[in-house]
Design a binder for this molecule. Structure first.
Ligand code: IPD
Ligand code: CA
Length: 273
């Protein structure tokens, strides 16, 4: 069941802007894919590209021109967010390239994620996957769509028949050890997959290609748009723990396997506390 039955005023303008920002940023990355080797910063398991910053600026420009009074927070500007959010003020949350490592190697699993939020709730969302020209959208009170057609979560109600998408956190949190949890998920479901783009993973659950998604440590910009798309497609999204700053433990499912997947994750976690 969707969380929003009525749309707040002006949500259509927010959605239109989210779509434009996501498509513009995503297409800029796709057109410039030959520049994917231009690295700004390298970490042990991560990389920041020149294109991450360029795509974020393009998305920010579109939002700023239309809604100059709104706050903006993005993966690439997390340290210098524009404007201060409040309970009534709109804050945009952007991940310009979600799946940067995939993109930098030429793998097609990456997306641009744009969410308009208010008081901590996402009210309009767009996730655009340029390699497949797939656009996932949703707004409060409106159905989730893929390229303009309504989508629904799967009806799979047993873990043993589920595909669960996950990621392997590079920071090892002893309270939720990623490899132990991955082992538990793999053993309990039909298949566990690590595709490398959280926003897209959640959209895959929203349109029924997968049945669940879980990650031990993920950032708000990875999930802000996907969670509304999933909820408006009939799924269930839940922040299990706030890890400080913008990091969260997060689960998203078709609703039917939610409880069972949570229990599966809790078992290895409990034995490691
Ligand atoms: C990453 C992807 C990946 C997830 C990581 C994220 P980025 O985002 O969403 O699937 O496992 O936790 O940080 O860094 O490519 O934008
Ligand atoms: Ca990301």
């Amino acid at each position: 069941m969707s969380i929003f039955r009525h749309s707040p005023p002006g949500v259509d303008g927010l959605l239109d802007c989210a779509v434009k920002a996501a498509i513009t940023a995503g297409r800029h990355a796709l057109r410039n894919a030959r520049r994917r080797f231009e690295v700004v910063q390298r970490a042990a398991h991560d990389v920041k590209l020149t294109l991450d910053g360029e795509c974020q600026s393009r998305a920010e420009r579109i939002i700023g021109e239309r809604f100059p009074e709104h706050a903006i927070r993005g993966e690439e500007s997390a340290a210098r967010p524009r404007g201060k959010p409040s309970r009534t003020r709109i804050e945009w949350i952007i991940d310009p390239i979600d799946g940067t490592v995939n993109f930098s190697h030429g793998l097609p699993f990456w997306a641009c994620s744009v969410a308009a939020t208010c008081g901590g709730q996402t009210i309009a969302a767009a996730v655009y996957a340029p390699a497949w020209d797939e656009l996932f959208t949703a707004a409060a009170g409106w159905p989730a769509k893929l390229n303009g057609r309504p989508i629904r979560v799967s009806r799979v109600n047993a873990l043993s028949r589920s595909i669960v998408l996950t990621g392997l956190d590079k920071r090892i949190d002893p309270r939720l050890p990623p490899f132990e949890i991955f082992r538990a998920i793999s053993a309990g479901v039909q298949k566990a997959r690590v595709l490398g783009s959280a926003s897209l993973d959640i959209c895959h659950v929203a349109c029924g290609r997968a049945d669940g998604y879980f990650e031990t440590g993920i950032y708000i910009w990875d999930i802000a748009a996907g969670r509304l798309i999933l909820q408006q497609a009939g799924g269930k999204a839940e922040i299990l723990r706030r890890l400080g700053g913008d990091r969260l433990q997060f689960i998203a499912t078709n609703g039917l396997i939610h409880h069972a997947l949570k229990s599966l994750i809790r078992r290895p976690a409990a034995s490691f506390v």
